[in-house]
Design a protein around this ligand. Structure first.
Ligand code: AMP
Length: 138
């Protein structure tokens, strides 16, 4: 499936490139949460992180880490989010794997509206066993 990111990788659409190697291209998000917000995108068009070759996924994170280090130095941000949305239900809009590397500043309020829940009695124990069992079978 061709996406806007495939077109950027093919050079058919412009981007503000910050890094490129044989496996990934990294460029500025066009609608940044903060200036310097960067996307790390594999050149192969995997749909999302769950479908991505694990070695390529590891490389995406490795490059994301390098970018985060440089963001802290150059943008003087206090922290950085690594964010990857996998699937429409998770908020993914472009169906070509990408890691957001988002510079963050103390008290910037980004993601403030996220509400966390609480488990009912016994629920977490049961769920942990269900997931652990499934993992041991994979
Ligand atoms: P997601 O919701 O995780 O799929 O994020 C897609 C991201 O791609 C959004 O943050 C958009 O701002 C960004 N985006 C969409 N089109 C472009 C583009 N042409 N160049 C750079 N970033 C883009």
């Amino acid at each position: 499936m061709s996406t806007i990111f495939s077109k950027i990788i093919e050079g058919e659409l412009p981007c503000f490139k910050v890094y490129e190697d044989n496996i990934v291209l990294a460029f500025l998000d066009i609608n940044p949460i903060h200036p310097g917000h960067t996307l790390v995108v594999p050149k192969k068009p995997f749909i999302d992180g769950i479908e991505t070759d694990p070695e390529i996924l590891a490389h995406i994170i490795k490059i994301g880490q390098k970018i985060a280090i440089v963001q802290k130095e150059t943008l003087k941000c206090g922290g950085v989010n690594f964010l990857m949305s996998n699937g429409a239900a998770a908020g993914q809009e472009v169906f070509h794997t990408h890691l957001h590397v988002i510079p963050r500043f103390e008290g910037d309020g980004v993601f403030n509206s996220v509400e966390h829940g609480k488990y009912k009695d016994g629920e977490a124990e049961g769920l942990a066993v269900t997931i652990a069992d499934a993992l041991s079978n994979n």
